[in-house]
Write a protein that binds this ligand. Sequence first.
Ligand code: GRF
Length: 194
Amino acid sequence: RAVAILISGTGSNMLRLVESMQGADHPARPVLVLSNRPEAKGLKHAAALGVPTAVVDHRGRPKPEFEAEMDAALRDAGAEILCLAGFMRVLSADFIARWEGRILNIHPSLLPLFKGLDTHARAIASGMAVHGATVHEVIADLDAGPILGQAVVPILPDDTPDTLAARLLPAEHRLYPEALRRFAAGNRARFALL
Ligand code: GRF
């Protein structure tokens, strides 16, 4: 299966997905890394791994036009599955409908808790002892699609949003490649990394 990865920034999750697909015996291959920000650091890293890259800037134009250009770039690349990896634009219901059942996202919380932004601060404020990340299918409802996999980390007494995010990121890096490997092989059963 041909996979396109959508980023807006660092792209560390994207890199883990690419490295995993470039390893032996994987049901998917990376065909495009697309960023909505030209300055996204991940673009250079993707190119260094030999993956084609594209920029579709969202700024200063209507959303339907931005999404139509993205859609065209993704189809030109032959993408069959889209992985959102730190992609910071909310996709419209129209765009999602065109890729129905073929978009994955990683969200830095144990969904259905803490949809939206500032998840690490909200997890700390909740008083919970664990935090985590979720890979889910994307539906028009934000952060609400079927859960594919979740990874869990402890919340420690002195955590700040930054220390908690730093503890979670390596768990995300294990979770997303595993979720994509299963999804690309047609396996949508939920799994947990504890
Ligand atoms: C990750 O924490 C991801 O869960 C969130 O944004 C961050 C992206 O980091 N949606 P990176 O760009 O993959 O390094």
